[in-house]
Design a protein around this ligand. Structure first.
Ligand SMILES: Cc1ncc(COP(=O)(O)O)c(C=O)c1O
Length: 392
């Protein structure tokens, strides 16, 4: 873990030393030689500076963490080998046997899996709550609860949680709030400034942005991060140097990419909503930038721009959704999100395939839903692709 404000290689307008590198070097070494026993002991004990062993930390990882911390407005950040490794570390570090964690009903499937298969084995009770139903969080907070975990915006309908209301209630209960903010990155969304204690990202998504590196990162206050780093050290879930280098490199363009993708998404959502009004195959557009989205006001408050994720529902259920989907030529038929390319997936066949029909109905996942992660392509190419796929 590193404190904020390390070197960012000129991408934020700071002076670059003459003759100095404009890109960081990559250190892959897994061990480092020292002159004396005393020097090696002191570095290992953290009494002297120097590289020791990369499972404890390495230069590319510290650079990535410092850049993320700066973007989030956090004391620091701790990086992990994947988003799931980061989330698992959060649960293992802050939950206790005999106590409960409260998890939003709208979280990534991997968190659902941990909640069902792993946490109960460690004696941790899991309570579910709906952050969009008044009073549901109060019910979940009855009794000893350590940690409340939410995702905002949610997958795939981009619901936006009223984070300040949740954080206020959780603080009264003496628990911590962790927020998976993978769908909208900093600086477009900064949950720590709205009361979150920890913010988690699957860095595999928009932080990396090029679909070529797996990683996860948690930002927050020092006293929490120290505990997380201890867990990472013990369990070895650290982000490797090569992926950390790629992710740090990608942060130089994060804001540009996120804003371009968000602008594309808003224009596309307005266009698709126009098709819906004119009675096309599109029967619903789920995008928080549209005034009829149930959380449009919350999105205006918590997001700067409305993000790159949207979902459309087509009439005719899954068979028609598949027909439209298979006609895309610009949007790639792929899982994941947040890359420079527009990616499309069918929640019924991917992220929500494990749910029963009743559970999908409760979660508002229609059979004809197509999820889109909008990229940074030329807007006209995206609009044409969607129009042709829908009108064919
Ligand atoms: C919102 C969200 N959180 C966490 C994850 C897990 O991240 P990773 O795949 O990097 O482990 C994902 C992956 O799709 C995700 O969409």
């Amino acid at each position: 873990m590193i404190q904020r404000s390390a070197r960012s290689y000129g991408c934020r307008g700071e002076a670059v030393s003459p003759g100095g590198p404009l890109a960081p070097d990559l250190t892959r070494a897994t061990t480092f030689a020292y002159e004396t026993a005393e020097r090696l002991r002191a570095v290992g004990a953290g009494e002297a500076t120097g590289e020791f062993y990369p499972r404890y930390g390495h230069p590319a990882g510290r650079l990535f963490e410092s850049l993320v911390a700066e973007l989030e407005g956090a004391d620091g950040a701790v990086s992990f080998s994947s988003g799931m490794a980061a989330l698992f570390a959060v649960f293992c570090t802050f939950a206790r046997a005999g106590e409960a964690v409260a998890i939003s009903r709208y979280v990534y499937g991997g968190v659902e899996a941990i909640a069902v298969k792993d946490l109960p084995r460690f004696g941790i009770e899991v309570r579910r709550f709906d952050p969009f139903k008044p009073g549901d969080l109060d019910r979940a907070l009855a009794g000893p609860v350590r940690l409340v975990h939410i995702e905002t915006p949610t997958n795939p309908l981009s619901r936006v949680v009223d984070l300040e209301a949740v954080a206020r209630r959780v603080r009264q209960a003496g628990a911590l709030v962790s927020v998976d903010a993978t769908f909208v990155p900093p600086p477009l969304q900064r949950p720590l400034s709205h009361g979150a204690d920890l913010v988690v990202h699957s860095a595999t998504k928009v932080l990396g942005g090029h679909s070529d590196a797996l990683g996860g990162v948690v930002s927050g206050r020092h006293e929490l991060l120290e505990q997380l780093e201890g867990f990472r050290r013990r369990t070895g879930a650290i982000l490797g140097p090569d992926a950390a280098w790629l992710l740090a490199r990608s942060l130089a363009t994060l804001e540009l990419r996120a804003r371009q993708a968000s602008d594309n998404a808003l224009r596309l959502a307005v266009f698709l909503d126009g098709l819906r009004e004119r009675g096309s195959k599109v029967v619903r557009v789920h995008y928080p930038g549209l005034p009829h989205h149930p959380d449009h006001e919350a999105a205006r408050r918590y997001l700067d721009g409305f993000g790159f994720m949207m979902a459309i529902e087509v009439a005719g259920g899954l068979p028609e959704a598949i027909r439209v989907y298979d006609r895309f030529r610009v949007a790639a038929r792929a899982v994941s999100l947040g890359g420079v390319h527009t990616l499309a997936s069918l929640p019924l066949q991917t992220s929500h395939a494990m749910l029963t029909q009743e559970e999908r109905r409760e979660a508002g996942i229609a059979d004809g839903l197509i999820r889109l992660s909008i990229g940074i392509e030329r807007y006209e190419d995206l609009e044409n692709d969607l129009r042709e796929a829908l009108e064919a």
